[in-house]
Design a protein around this ligand. Structure first.
Ligand code: ADP
Ligand code: MG
Length: 450
């Protein structure tokens, strides 16, 4: 049982061999009472560290293996007093709570991340940071092209820390959110609400682990960079962990001020590149398993076909598999190479000089707001969908020469007056709101990277 528990711990918490050997293997079970497991630690010096890192993981794994929740107590081997272990049934059972910050995707964990030659360095660095936030690489700067797993790794770090040290304040934001909150605070400050700026600073300076995604979108705005610079310094000096992602290494982000660039380079810069064929296959297989697609018995040849043809973007790799299953359900045709070819047909490739088309706009807007293309085309009128839909209208109108009527067709058959109204609405909103205008700028950058 113990062997099973520690193996589970090792796997579920992605322990490296070295941390497993150092911390976990030497542990011995001293005694098990009706609701407590006592574990002997050979080195007194490591007891606090082990408590901090592994108390919750042990509780979870024990509960999963044994099927019952136990409290876990660590005691140093050379100084235990048998009296301490009298069953104190009165003490309330510590609850296995896993706190989750609202803006983390529960699917993006180390467990679901496939490690390959393209990302093993970034993965190892992320895990080290997650195991010892603020102590190893600070800041950790992850960079790589679109859809290669930066956001997935960042969320994994955040989940890992929250699970092991739930008292830690972990905040994940996109640089868009950071910028928009700052714009709001500045605006409110100007209209007399002095505390808005203070509240903003308190929020960002009181956290233990700050993850800022897609820093390349802190663009051309000096006030944003200035504020971020101070936030960064404040956290860094206090030994708080900062994790940053970008599509390029610091030295290549032209709009970045030199002082920020040098700050970003003072920790560890790790890149993620495109996955090789083996890794693409492994990712497809992992997704098949996680999404319960085994039941479709997708032939090897079909997986290989997808892995050979979708090379540079993992989101598209996953999208192809989804499309394949959707086509299969729609047509009830056998899952074979023909169906796979059809599924790949309209995957939008992110090559260098790609053209901005209504399809690409739908794709990018749906990803940006995390809503489906089907919803964008649907009749739903709630703001979370209606606003992104109007943004699609606006971008099609201003970035392509698609006629209003054709835009209407792209959006599930809307008439041209609806489109024209949407375009006017977005145009007016851009003028009226700096945060809205910032968001539109960022989506345009995603469509047309420089
Ligand atoms: P980025 O932030 O670099 O644009 P994401 O982290 O959003 O990319 O990844 C895009 C998609 O690909 C996500 O669904 C993510 O789960 C998946 N993905 C990326 N890398 C891996 C990996 N190594 N293993 C499993 N899934 C991955
Ligand atoms: Mg991302």
């Amino acid at each position: 049982n113990w062997e099973e528990i520690i193996q589970k711990l090792k796997i579920e918490h992605s322990l490296t061999d070295v941390s497993f050997k150092t911390w976990i293997l030497p542990l011995r079970v001293y005694k098990v009472t009706s609701n407590t497991v006592y574990i002997l630690v050979n080195l007194k010096a490591s007891i606090d560290y082990i408590k901090n890192k592994y108390l919750l993981p042990f509780q979870v794994c024990i509960a999963e293996v044994v099927g019952k929740e136990y409290e876990v107590k660590f005691i140093a081997e050379n100084e235990f007093d048998p009296k301490d272990f009298e069953d104190k049934t009165a003490t309330p059972k510590s609850k296995v709570t896993v706190s989750q910050a609202a803006n983390l995707n529960p699917k993006y964990t180390f467990d679901t991340f496939v490690v390959g030659g393209n990302n093993n360095f970034a993965h190892a660095a992320s895990l080290a940071v997650a195991e010892s936030p603020g102590e190893v690489y600070n800041p950790l700067f992850l960079y790589g092209g679109v859809g290669l797993g930066k956001t997935h790794l960042m969320h994994s770090i955040a989940h890992f820390i929250l699970e092991n040290e739930p008292e830690k304040k972990v905040l994940y934001v996109t640089s868009e959110t950071f910028t928009n909150e700052l714009i709001e605070a500045i605006k409110n400050g100007k209209t007399g609400n002095e505390s808005a700026m203070t509240a903003f600073r308190e929020k960002y300076r009181s956290i233990d682990v700050l993850l800022i995604d897609d820093i390349q979108f802190i663009i051309g705005k000096e006030s944003t960079q200035e504020e971020f610079f101070h936030t960064f310094n404040h956290l860094h000096i206090s030994g708080k962990q900062i994790i940053i992602s970008s599509d390029k290494p610091p030295k290549d982000i032209e709009t970045l001020e030199a002082r920020l660039r040098s700050r970003f380079e003072c920790g560890l810069v790790a890149d993620i590149s495109s996955p090789d064929y083996e890794t693409r296959m492994a990712i497809l297989r992992k997704k098949e398993e996680l999404d319960g697609l085994d039941k479709y018995n997708i032939p090897d040849a079909v997986m290989q076909y997808i892995a050979s043809n979708v090379k540079s973007n993992i989101r598209e790799l996953e999208g192809s598999l989804n499309k394949l299953i959707a086509l299969y359900k729609l047509k009830n045709a056998p899952i074979d190479i023909n169906l796979a070819a059809e599924a790949l047909k309209d995957i939008v490739s992110p090559n260098e000089n790609r053209q901005v088309t209504p399809e690409l706009i739908l794709d990018v807007v749906s990803e940006h707001f995390n809503i489906s293309i089907a919803d964008l085309k649907s009749g739903k009128r709630n703001a979370e969908i209606a606003i992104p839909r109007q943004i699609v209208m606006y971008l099609c109108r201003t970035m392509t020469d698609t006629p209003l009527k054709a835009i209407g067709l792209t959006l599930g058959g809307r008439d041209h007056s609806t489109i024209s109204h949407g375009v006017d609405k977005v145009t007016a909103d851009i003028k009226a709101s700096d945060t809205f205008s910032n968001t539109i700028d960022i989506i345009k950058k995603k469509l047309n990277p420089v």
